[in-house]
Design a binder for this molecule. Structure first.
Ligand SMILES: Cc1ncc(COP(=O)(O)O)c(C=O)c1O
Length: 376
């Protein structure tokens, strides 16, 4: 049985061209970019060239990009880096109830360290209210961290409006763009973003690599100490092959952004139409309008997500609940709790399907058919 992978929001397969670049670099580029001999200088050039590509993809300057081990580190660096650099100016942070745990758990840790965190609620579509944000801002708010797009339901927040609101406030504006990057056009200047996190493995690049955009003039306290890499912002010998492969993945994504967005929307639409045609009862969780093209979270009455995911797995379909699996059982999703409330049916019967590279219309039609066989 050929499996149908519909879990691209969890991670993506590497693109063929990325694998080629990655393996070629692993064979050829073993130099340490900090070494001053030719082998080292060659590796340094590769990293510099890659950094230009990463920076350009969001309209930034290459000096504003710090390469990290992925989205989690980029989020942690933005949050702890701001908190510890600016604690004399204030100890208040604003975020949302639906962030990824890389943001939420970092904020919870800061609360233990004496910071105060406001977690903004969302409506049933998963959207925050900019008025709520406005009224939560204080003189001592040093950071606002609001995700660009959500990993479980795909809702896209009003990032430009938030940037506009914050432009005259002392708070840094951080956005976790791990899910949005590669799906939406991002211009950090237009959206007035100070800090932005990106991860490579969500865009058909290698795992364990990402970056944090840090606007010129934004001060962060490093979380890693050691060598002088990344302009002393992030110590540690660079993973040159992964960085070069990441840049390749970014180039491919940028070149195909409009085309893939249309293709994923079509896959989503076909999947929805097929489910309807087959008489599968379901409702879409979140917004229809402001949503990532490749993410679909649906609630199917009278199913139990744990059993349903096992049934899907046995039928050859990889999907996800979008929430954490702990010791084999699925904790209710904090995102769905924020959207629908405690003890609501959506917490027990929601599944996330996310489309991507190599998915075909035939696959989503087959997936819908297999779902109908399970559900009906
Ligand atoms: C929104 C969001 N932020 C952060 C992360 C963490 O990124 P990484 O897996 O690169 O550490 C993820 C990954 O699932 C994510 O979806």
């Amino acid at each position: 049985m050929t499996r149908i992978y519909l879990d691209h929001a969890a991670t993506t397969p590497m693109a063929e061209e990325v694998i080629q670049v990655y393996t070629a670099e692993m064979k050829e580029e073993f130099g340490n970019p900090s070494s001053i001999h030719q082998t080292g200088r060659k590796a340094r050039k590769k990293v510099d060239d890659a950094r230009m590509i990463l920076a350009k993809s969001i309209g930034a300057h290459e000096t504003e990009v710090t390469i990290t081990s992925g989205g989690t580190e980029a989020d942690n660096y933005a949050i702890f880096g701001t908190a510890y650099a600016r604690q004399s100016e204030g100890r208040h942070i604003i975020t949302t109830q639906i962030e990824h745990h890389a943001v939420l758990h970092a904020c919870e840790q800061l609360e233990k360290d004496g910071f105060e965190v406001t977690y903004l609620p969302v409506d049933q579509k998963g959207l925050i209210s900019v008025d709520d944000l406005k009224s939560s801002l204080r003189k001592d708010t040093i950071l606002v961290s609001i995700m660009f797009a959500n990993n479980e339901v795909g809702v896209v927040q009003p990032i430009e409006e938030i940037g506009e609101l914050l432009k005259d406030h002392i708070a840094y504006f951080h956005t976790d763009a791990v899910q949005a990057f590669g799906s939406l056009t991002i211009d950090v200047h237009k959206a007035q973003i100070d800090l932005l996190s990106v991860s490579s493995h969500k865009i058909n690049g290698p795992k364990g690599i990402g970056f944090l955009y840090q606007r010129k003039g934004i001060m962060l306290k490093p979380i890693f100490y050691g060598g002088q890499q990344e302009r002393k912002k992030r110590a540690g010998t660079e993973n040159v092959p992964a960085i070069v492969a990441f840049a390749k993945a970014v180039q491919l994504k940028q070149a195909a952004l409009t085309e893939s967005s249309v293709a994923y929307k079509q896959l989503k639409q076909t999947f929805i139409s097929e489910l309807k045609r087959l008489g599968v009862p379901f409702k879409v969780n979140g917004s229809y309008e402001t949503v990532l093209p490749h993410v679909l979270n649906i609630s199917i009455p009278n199913t139990d997500v744990e059993t349903f995911l096992v049934q899907l797995d046995l039928a050859g379909i990889d999907a996800s609940s979008g929430s954490a699996c702990t010791a084999g059982s699925i904790d209710p999703s904090h995102v769905l709790v924020a959207m629908f409330g405690e003890n609501t049916p959506e917490l027990r019967n929601s599944v996330r399907f996310s489309f991507g590279l190599n998915n075909t219309q035939e696959q989503v039609i087959e997936a819908a058919y297999k779902i109908s066989k399970i559900v009906l």
